[in-house]
Design a protein around this ligand. Structure first.
Ligand code: SF4
Length: 499
């Protein structure tokens, strides 16, 4: 989009250039589902609020499917949830159970065809599926279904799930789910809607998060027994990618869905079963580093606390002599607090991030990306002038942001800039639902720490160790994490482009 000032050519501003993505790995999706006990009420408004709380997990498209009288209706569109849904559009989605989805594309293009939930209507019923994750055997399953005469409307791997369940549905819901889920491989947190139930499922390694919440009939997580303004008269159940979205609808967190567990909610009852042998838990460690909201708790680990601890460990592992520690907003800030505590360095706000730079336009171009960081971040000059500054970031992917921040901190008068990073160097691609740049664009791939430090223009550079990250997450033999993008060792076999 061009905006002309009406003056000479050089005054023409390319708004698209100012609106590319930031220099981060991107989450694939967020899912949310509600099943109300009172069949006369509508679940879609609550799902909308849940999607607003999960918006950080995907900004390309949003959708809600609701079921009433065995009929599933769906509305979806490109953009943020607030852009896709007017109050009128939500009011058209009737019924006591609904699922919703916010998307950032990793498998399949960014287009309305790939927006979720996917709905299939067939002879025996209908089903809507909202999927967070990536299937590693999607091509095989798709070919098999196509050979059986089943057509596809989208390129997303998530559509194979809905078609596979529809194909197996004659065996009954439970068997159809088990057979489908046993067949697919990869990472998945699913919120699904059938004619009669809300269904959740999590892959056998629990790579992507999914949790269960309750909507109490009266008081709901509010002080002095007061009802939440959003409390549902009859109560109900919630499935969400993150617990912050359960809070957003006035619900109470009940528990995480276990790896390899299916949960079926209908008629006020909750029924659950395990579909896999006991497997090694491998929750995505990047959820804690960057993706998840700090007010969420995932698999009994509070995200904010894990970030503060990572900063403390980083301070213990590689303290720099400095006058001030600052965090790159937003996720670097809890770690900067932890680093300050561990090293005795004063914590301050040195960088301000504009929250209003839109994130919907996707551009792969490096020059545009560099322009974007200059629009996004600015320095509080009086805070950093004349000081030796430690700059804490959650991760370094392409290095664009770090390089720019060092430049503007020094231009603002910082005497030294020491970068400390709360995750190990990102050197490998993710195959489980996270958008990773090509290996060649990962600044840490193939470069030594001194080389990296030089290319970023910093006075020193250090990353938390893999052991340090695991310590910040309270890892044990039973509570293990995926570290694939740091170590190249993945919890399940992967194949695919590793360029
Ligand atoms: S490879 Fe990295 S981003 Fe992907 S699931 Fe594992 S830890 Fe998360």
């Amino acid at each position: 989009m061009k905006f002309s000032t009406g003056l000479e050519k050089s005054n023409t501003v390319d708004l698209d250039e100012m609106n590319p993505p930031d220099d981060k790995l991107h989450e694939a999706c967020g899912v949310f589902g509600v099943c109300l006990n009172d069949g006369g009420r509508d679940a879609a408004p609550l799902v909308y609020y849940g999607l607003l709380a999960l918006q950080h997990r995907g900004q390309e498209s949003a959708g809600i499917a609701a079921v009433k009288d065995r009929n599933i209706e769906v509305r979806k569109g490109m953009g943020l949830a607030a852009e896709v849904f007017s109050p009128e559009a939500i009011a058209q989605l009737k019924g006591p159970a609904a699922v919703g989805h916010v998307r950032y594309s990793t498998a399949g293009s960014s287009s309305i065809e790939n927006a979720q939930p996917f709905v299939s209507r067939f002879k025996l019923g209908s089903i809507a599926v909202a999927h967070n994750g990536t299937l590693t055997n999607a091509d095989v399953v798709r070919e098999l279904l196509e050979d059986a005469g089943i057509g596809f409307t989208a390129s997303s791997d998530s559509e194979v799930i809905v078609n596979l369940i529809a194909k197996n549905y004659r065996k009954g819901l439970e068997k159809a789910l088990t057979d489908t889920i046993k067949f697919i491989k990869g990472s998945y947190a699913l919120a699904m809607l059938t004619d009669e139930a809300l269904v959740g499922a999590r892959d056998p390694n629990g790579i992507r998060p999914l949790c269960l919440g309750k909507l109490p009939p009266k008081a709901g997580g509010f002080p002095q027994g007061k009802s939440s303004p959003l409390a549902e008269p009859g109560g109900g159940w919630v499935l969400a990618s993150e617990s912050c979205a359960i809070d957003a609808v006035g619900g109470e967190f009940v528990r995480d869905i276990e790896p390899g567990e299916v949960i079926i909610i209908g008629g006020g009852e909750v029924f659950s079963f395990s579909f896999s042998e006991k497997t090694r838990r491998a929750v995505c460690s990047f959820e804690y580093v960057y993706f998840a909201r700090p007010d969420s708790v995932i698999d009994s680990m509070d995200v904010y606390g894990s970030r503060v601890r990572a900063g403390e460990i980083l301070g213990r592992e590689s303290a720099a002599a400095a006058d001030l520690v600052i965090g790159v907003p937003d996720s670097g800030i809890p770690a900067a607090i932890g680093y300050g505590k561990a090293t005795g360095t004063a914590f301050g706000m040195g960088i301000v991030k504009s929250k209003y730079v839109a994130r919907t336009f996707i551009s792969p171009d490096q020059i545009k990306r560099e322009r974007a960081v200059s629009v996004k971040h600015n320095v509080i000059k009086s805070e950093v002038r004349g000081k030796r500054v430690v700059l804490i970031d959650d991760s370094i992917v392409r290095g664009t942001t770090s390089k720019w921040l060092v430049t503007i901190l020094k231009a603002a008068g910082a005497r030294e800039v020491h970068i400390r990073v709360c995750s190990p160097p990102v050197r490998c691609p993710c195959y489980f639902g996270i958008d990773t740049p090509h290996r060649k664009d990962l600044i840490s791939n193939g470069a030594s720490i001194p080389e990296l430090c030089k290319s970023l223009g910093a006075d020193s550079l250090a990353f938390i160790s893999v052991e340090g990250l695991l310590e910040s997450l309270g890892a044990t033999a039973e509570k293990s994490y995926c570290l694939g993008c740091f170590t190249g060792e993945y919890p399940i076999p992967v194949s695919g482009p590793a360029e």
